[in-house]
Write a protein that binds this ligand. Structure first.
Ligand code: FEO
Length: 183
């Protein structure tokens, strides 16, 4: 008896998304190593932690495919691309890749809605919220760098930013989670 509960199309999209998350993990890993080489230990630590988060996202999708009786296809992971040329460039690239990731997640939400696969639709809502957090976090970091001078940020400003990032929480606070007591 066939117990597979995922359509071919959605299984393919989820497998592709698994690779996207693994690709993001590689990007964070490469940028973390770059930051470490440049002496930005706080930024590097933050990015290493985030790489692990991306791998967890990959695993979350992998487990979902298995639980729905689908076939997991593990493929090669595309490389992270060139190193950033500056801290500003690093976070601009990260923001761009998070926005691209959001687009592919929204596409899976669309597909699951079209197929009336409400289990997958429901599963993907976690990722929709997670992407809002990731984009907010990247936007907050870009704002900090902008205040520090963007591409022209001086050593002092980058030193402070690096020190702050070592203790920056991994998750951003979302508008929908804000309360009057805890703005
Ligand atoms: Fe798993 Fe940053 O997206």
């Amino acid at each position: 008896m066939d117990t597979n509960r995922l359509s071919k199309t959605l299984a393919k999209a989820l497998n592709d998304q698994m690779t996207n998350e693994a690709h993001n993990a590689q990007i964070y890993l490469a940028y973390a190593s770059w930051a470490n080489e440049k002496g930005y230990d706080g930024i590097s630590n933050f990015l290493f932690r985030h790489s692990n988060e991306e791998r967890n996202h990959m695993m979350k999708i992998l487990e979902y495919i298995l639980k729905r009786g689908g076939k997991v296809v593990v493929t090669a992971i595309p490389g992270p691309g060139a190193d950033p040329v500056s801290v500003n460039d690093c976070f601009e690239k990260i923001f761009k890749s998070e926005v691209e990731n959001t687009t592919s997640i929204y596409e899976i939400v669309n597909m699951s809605m079209a197929e009336k696969d409400w289990a997958t639709w429901n599963f993907m809502q976690w990722f929709v919220k997670e992407q809002t957090e990731e984009e907010t976090l990247a936007m907050d970091l870009l704002s900090k760098i902008k205040v520090a001078g963007g591409e022209k940020a001086g050593h002092d400003a980058l030193y402070t930013l690096d020190r702050d990032l070592a203790i920056t929480p991994d998750d951003a606070v979302l508008a929908q989670d804000v309360t009057v007591e805890k703005p």
